[in-house]
Design a protein around this ligand. Structure first.
Ligand code: HEC
Length: 107
């Protein structure tokens, strides 16, 4: 075997390994990588339920970016994360109606 064909074999090996790895990834049981939902992680989620927690935080970033203001426009952060669950800031109550277009929260 010359140098070129050894290189070719090495490339093929890498390719086959990558293929096997990706196929394994696809058949892995889906229950284990089920993401944590927003309502599993946070205490006071009423509207943005049923989406993964990281997507929920993404939505919060969009809120802040859209307003060009900080998280504390809608959240009272004085006691850390615990106070993010409180509904003391009026802007938070207003913002609840944004994602769904509803003006009042259900229930
Ligand atoms: C425009 C207002 C607004 C802004 C700005 C905002 N949020 Fe929120 N946030 C909300 C609303 C409304 C809820 C409740 C959502 C619901 O009930 O489904 C919420 C809920 C949360 C919760 C869940 C609290 C709990 O325990 O129930 C966290 C955590 C959170 N926001 C973090 C953030 C972070 C971090 C930022 C800044 C990147 C941010 N928020 C910016 C309106 C806002």
């Amino acid at each position: 075997m010359n140098r070129d064909s050894r290189l070719l074999v090495a490339c093929l090996l890498v390719f086959v390994c990558a293929l096997v790895a990706s196929v394994n990834g696809q058949v892995a049981p889906r229950t284990e990588d089920k993401p944590l939902m927003a309502e599993d992680v946070f205490k006071n989620v009423q509207v943005l339920k049923g989406i993964p927690a990281d997507e929920f935080m993404g939505t919060m970033s969009v809120f802040s970016a859209a307003l060009g203001e900080s998280c504390e426009t809608c959240h009272d952060g004085k006691d850390g994360w615990a106070s993010y669950a409180l509904d003391t800031v009026p802007r938070k109550r207003t913002a609840r109606s944004w994602p769904s277009g509803r003006t009042t929260s259900p229930g």
